[in-house]
Design a protein. Structure first.
Length: 73
């Protein structure tokens, strides 16, 4: 593994996102190389205020999507 240089420095960190509806989100960031791409994953600490704010946003998005689908019927 070391001879082949399969070991990489982690590409993580933290970031703060300012969302217009829920305010400040404190998120961890991980960059994961996948083939010729880089997948960037953002996630909050479990049980944190940011986790709760993301749940609120998910609920709002689901409600909006359901309303839009109902309007098209």
């Amino acid at each position: 593994m070391w001879a082949r240089h399969d070991v990489h420095q982690p590409h993580g960190g933290t970031t703060v996102v300012h969302h217009p509806v829920v305010g400040e989100l404190h998120l961890h960031r991980e960059k994961l190389p996948v083939a010729d791409l880089t997948l960037v994953v953002y996630y909050p600490d479990i049980g944190s205020q940011s986790a709760e704010k993301l749940r609120v946003l998910a609920s709002l998005a689901a409600t909006t999507a359901n309303d839009e689908m109902a309007a098209c019927s």
